[in-house]
Ligand binder design. Structure first.
Ligand code: TXA
Ligand code: MG
Length: 332
C-alpha cells in the first residue's frame, strides 16, 4: 500500500480517506495517533493489523465536542464532566460506560470506552469536518516507543497505512493520562500529560492503579500489561545520583560492553553514547521516545538512566522508563 504524506492544511484529503474506511496517522499534542472511524469495523481492523496490536487492548476515541462524547458514553458522571471542563481539549482520556455505538472492536468487548478531546488544531479539524469519532491508538508498531514526529510514524508504518498527516514534532511527548471514571474514587490507569496533582485540584483525591506502584498487581488498563516503549538494547534504572550512574557505566565498559547513558542535564558522561533529555521534566517528556528510538540506531548493548522521583510530570516519564526497563533497577 502506498502511504501518502498529507499536509495539516489538507484536511479534506484526510477526511476523504477516513470516510472511505482507511486509517491515517494524525498529529496530536501528546503523540501521533493512528486514526480510523470508530464506528467502522473494517477501519478498526486495519488499525489493529497495521500496529500488530493484540485485539484485547481497547482503543480510545477522539472527539471534538462534549456532545460527541455524549454520543459514545452511556452516562457522564458529574466528576467526569468537571474533568472535561477543566482539561479538554487536552491530554486526559476519560473512561466512561459505553453505550455500544462505537465498534465492539474499539472497546475490545469491554462495557467501558475511553474518550479524549485532543488539543491540536489539525486533529480537531479532521474530527469536526468528518463528523466522525476517531479511534486512535499511538501510531507506532506495537511494543515500539510512541511516535513524536511524522518521521517516527513513517519508520514504523510506511506501506501499512493510507496516509500520514505531518504536523511537526508533538508538544507534550508522552501519551495522555488515562482516568477511569467508572470507578469510585476515579482511578488513574496510566499517568500522562495531565498530572495527578492537577486532577486532584479539580475533583479531590484519586487513586493510582495498584499496578503503577506494584508491578505484580494486574493492570486494569489492558494496554499496561504489554511490554512497551522498549529500545532493542536492555535499559536499566540506576538508583542514586550522577556518580552512581557513571560508576555503573564505567564498570560495564570495563566488562567490554558498549554502553549508552540517558541523562537529565546537558553534561556528558564516559558512556559511548550519551543522550540528553534536557534540563526539565517537560523537555524529558518531549524527548524521551525520540531518545529511545535513537539508541536503536547506535551499537550500544546496554543503556543506563538514573531513577527519578515519580511526582508531577515526572510520574509519566518515570512510568515509561520503568516499563522500557522491564522493571530492572540497579542499586549500586
Ligand atoms: O495520548 C494518547 O492517549 C494517544 C494519542 C494518539 O491520543 N493515544 C494513545 O492510545 O496513547 P493507546 O491506544 O496507545 O493507549 C490507550 C490506553 C491503552 O493502555 C488502553 O489499554 C487504555 O488506554 N484503554 C483504552 N480503553 C480503555 C478502557 N475502556 N478501559 C481501560 N483502559 C482503556
Ligand atoms: Mg500506545
Amino acid at each position: 500500500m502506498e502511504t501518502k504524506w498529507i499536509k495539516p492544511t489538507e484536511v479534506e484529503e484526510g477526511v476523504r480517506l477516513l470516510k472511505a474506511g482507511e486509517v491515517i496517522a494524525i498529529p496530536t499534542e501528546t503523540v501521533y495517533g493512528l486514526a480510523g472511524d470508530a464506528t467502522n469495523d473494517v477501519a478498526i481492523k486495519k488499525i489493529f493489523e497495521a500496529k500488530g496490536r493484540p485485539s484485547d487492548n481497547p482503543l480510545i476515541v477522539h472527539v471534538a465536542t462534549v456532545e460527541q462524547a455524549e454520543h459514545f458514553a452511556q452516562t457522564i458522571p458529574p466528576v467526569a464532566r468537571r474533568l472535561m471542563e477543566a482539561f479538554w481539549p487536552g491530554a486526559l482520556t476519560i473512561i466512561l460506560p459505553s453505550n455500544g455505538r462505537a465498534s465492539s472492536l474499539v472497546t475490545a468487548g469491554l462495557d467501558s470506552i475511553g474518550l479524549r478531546m485532543p488539543d491540536h488544531p489539525a486533529a480537531l479539524d479532521l474530527i469536526r469536518t468528518s463528523g466522525l469519532g476517531l479511534a486512535a491508538p499511538s501510531a507506532n508498531r506495537s511494543g515500539r516507543p510512541s511516535p513524536t514526529s511524522a518521521r517516527h510514524v513513517a519508520d514504523d508504518l510506511t506501506g501499512r497505512i493510507a496516509g500520514i498527516m505531518d504536523g511537526g514534532p508533538t508538544g507534550i511527548g508522552v501519551e495522555s493520562t488515562v482516568i477511569d471514571c467508572t470507578a469510585e474514587p476515579a482511578t488513574i490507569l496510566r499517568p500522562g500529560g495531565v498530572t495527578k496533582e492537577a486532577i486532584e485540584a479539580v475533583i479531590g483525591p484519586v487513586i493510582l492503579d495498584a499496578n503503577l506502584s506494584d508491578e505484580t498487581a494486574a493492570p486494569r488498563s489492558p494496554g499496561m500489561k504489554y511490554t512497551h516503549y522498549a529500545p532493542s538494547a536492555p535499559l536499566y534504572l540506576v538508583e542514586g545520583g550522577r556518580e552512581d550512574l557513571v560508576r555503573v557505566v564505567m564498570a560495564r565498559q570495563e566488562a567490554g560492553k558498549r554502553v549508552g547513558a540517558l541523562v537529565f542535564d546537558e553534561a556528558t558522561t564516559p558512556a559511548d553514547v550519551t543522550l540528553s533529555l534536557g534540563t526539565s521534566m517537560e523537555t524529558a517528556a518531549q524527548r524521551l521516545y525520540e531518545a529511545l528510538r535513537k539508541f536503536d540506531e547506535t551499537d550500544v548493548e546496554e543503556i543506563y538512566v538514573n531513577r527519578i522521583e515519580p511526582t508531577g510530570v515526572a510520574l509519566a516519564v518515570y512510568n515509561r522508563l520503568y516499563k522500557a526497563a522491564g522493571g530492572k533497577v540497579i542499586r549500586p
